[in-house]
Design a binder for this molecule. Structure first.
Ligand code: MLT
Length: 410
C-alpha cells in the first residue's frame, strides 16, 4: 500500500498566497465589476528592462542555430554568469568567492526550500516570527517542525522575537538553534538588520556551531549605505552562513526564474561522529542530482542585468517601486495607521486597529476598498494584528488604492 509523507498532513491546506488567490477569485466572481487592486503577493508588474530583453532575443537566436545551440546547462550554472555575479555583487564589496561557491538556480524559493535536504532532520530550526512561510512549511514537510500547538507555533521550532520596539529585528534565542533563517531586508516587516546585529548573529552561529540561512532576495532595495547587502560583509560569516539571492525582485524575473545560492567552502556541518563535512560539496551533490541547470537563455538574461545599461535600467525600476513604497507608507500614516518598513524594503507592515484579526481585516479591505493585501497571521503567530502591503504594483493603482484607504471609514 502506497503511503503519503505524513508531515504534509500537518500543513494548512493551502500555501498562504494560494489561499489569498482563492479568496480573491471568489470575490471577483461575486463582484465582476469591482476594480480590485492587488497589493498582496510581492509579484513584480514592470516589464523586463531592454538590456535583458535584448539578451533573451540574442540567446534565443543562438538556440535556433545548430552551431550555437546549447543543451543541458551545467547543473550549478555557467561560468559566464557566476563570474559576472561574483565580480559585481561580491568583489566590489570586498568579498572574495570562487565560482565553485556559487550555485545558479531557478530562484531563491526552491533552494531555500530544498536546502534542508542536506541537513539532519533533528536539527533545531529557528525562524523569526513573523516570517516568509516557506521556511516553516518546508521544515514541516521534512519532519523538523514537530507538532502544531494551539498558539499557532510548531513545537520543535524556535521562534525568534522581532519586537516592534526593536524595529522588528530578530533577537538572539534563549534556546540553542542549529539552523537559523534570517531575512534582510525582511519579508514581511520591511525591516533590515544592521552591521552590529548581523555581527551578533555571526558570533552566535560560531559559538553554537550553527548555520545561518541568509535570505537577501530584497538586497537591491537597500538605500541606506550602512546596511550590509550580504552577510559576508561581516567578518567570519563565510564559516557559518549560506546566502540566497534572486533576480525576481532585483530585475523583474518572477516569471523568468533565476537566482543563486552562495555556499562557501569554509562552511561545514557535522556527521554523527562529530567530523566536519563540507556543505558546499553536499549542496553540489544535491544540485547535480536533483536539478538540471537554469536555462541558457535565462542565464544570459541574468548576465545582462550587470551591463552598464542593465544596471541603470534595473535601478530605475527599483526606484519606481520604492516610490510606490513611499506613497503607501505616507498614505497609511496620513490615514491614521501605524506603518513600518517601506524604506529599505518593498514591503510595508501596518498595525491593524480595533483588535481586528488579520483575516478579518483582509476581508474588510477587500470588500470595502477592493484592495488585496496579505494578513500578518500568514507569516506566523506574531503576525496577528498586522497586515502587509507590497510596493510591487503599478503606480497609478497604488495612488488609487491609497486614496481609497484615505477616504475609508473604517
Ligand atoms: C511574497 O509576496 O512574499 C513573495 O512574492 C513570495 C515569494 O517571493 O515567493
Amino acid at each position: 500500500m502506497i503511503r503519503v509523507n505524513e508531515n504534509f498532513k500537518a500543513l494548512s491546506e493551502n500555501y498562504l498566497f494560494s489561499e489569498i488567490a482563492r479568496r480573491v477569485s471568489v470575490y471577483k466572481k461575486m463582484n465582476p465589476d469591482a476594480e480590485v487592486i492587488s497589493l498582496g503577493i510581492g509579484d513584480v508588474t514592470e516589464p523586463l528592462c531592454d538590456s535583458v530583453v535584448e539578451a533573451i532575443h540574442k540567446a534565443t537566436d543562438e538556440m535556433a542555430d545548430r552551431s550555437t545551440f546549447h543543451g543541458y546547462a551545467p547543473e550549478c550554472g555557467y561560468d559566464f554568469l557566476k563570474s559576472t555575479i561574483l565580480e559585481n555583487d561580491y568583489l566590489k564589496r570586498g568579498i572574495f568567492l570562487s565560482n565553485e561557491e556559487i550555485f545558479i538556480n531557478d530562484g531563491a524559493k526552491s533552494s531555500l526550500g530544498h536546502f534542508g535536504d542536506i541537513l539532519s532532520a533533528d536539527n533545531i530550526v529557528a525562524v523569526s516570527d513573523p516570517v516568509y512561510p516557506v521556511y516553516i512549511d518546508t521544515n514541516v514537510m521534512e519532519g523538523r517542525a514537530g507538532k502544531l500547538l494551539p498558539n499557532g507555533q510548531w513545537s520543535n521550532i524556535v521562534y525568534l522575537d522581532c519586537p516592534r520596539e526593536k524595529e522588528f529585528a530578530a533577537q538572539l534565542p534563549e534556546r540553542r538553534a542549529d539552523v537559523i533563517y534570517l531575512c534582510s531586508p525582511n519579508n514581511p516587516t520591511g525591516s533590515v538588520l544592521n552591521r552590529d546585529q548581523l555581527t551578533e548573529w555571526v558570533k552566535y552561529a560560531k559559538s553554537h556551531k550553527s548555520i545561518i540561512l541568509f535570505d537577501s532576495a530584497y538586497e537591491a532595495y537597500i538605500s541606506d549605505q550602512s546596511i550590509p547587502k550580504s552577510i559576508y560583509e561581516i567578518e567570519g560569516a563565510k564559516e557559518v552562513a549560506v546566502e540566497f539571492r534572486s533576480f525576481s525582485k532585483t530585475a523583474g524575473f518572477t516569471g523568468v526564474r533565476c537566482g543563486y545560492t552562495i555556499v562557501p567552502k569554509e562552511l561545514v556541518a557535522y556527521d554523527n561522529n562529530g567530523s566536519a563535512v563540507s556543505l558546499n560539496a553536499l549542496w553540489h551533490r544535491h544540485q547535480s542530482t536533483k536539478f538540471n541547470g537554469t536555462a541558457y537563455i535565462v542565464q544570459r538574461a541574468a548576465e545582462a542585468v550587470y551591463t552598464p545599461q542593465g544596471k541603470e535600467q534595473t535601478s530605475s525600476t527599483i526606484a519606481y517601486y520604492m516610490n510606490n513604497a513611499k506613497t503607501i507608507l505616507e498614505g497609511l500614516k496620513y490615514a491614521g495607521f501605524r506603518a513600518y518598513g517601506g524604506v529599505n524594503a518593498p514591503y510595508i507592515w501596518l498595525e491593524i486597529p480595533y483588535n481586528m484579526t488579520s483575516w478579518a481585516f483582509f476581508d474588510k479591505l477587500l470588500n470595502e476598498c477592493q484592495i488585496v493585501g496579505t494578513p500578518g497571521i500568514g507569516f506566523g503567530p506574531s503576525g496577528e494584528g498586522y497586515f502587509r502591503l507590497t510596493a510591487f504594483a503599478n503606480s497609478n493603482n497604488v495612488t488609487k488604492a491609497i486614496d481609497r484607504i484615505k477616504n475609508w471609514n473604517i
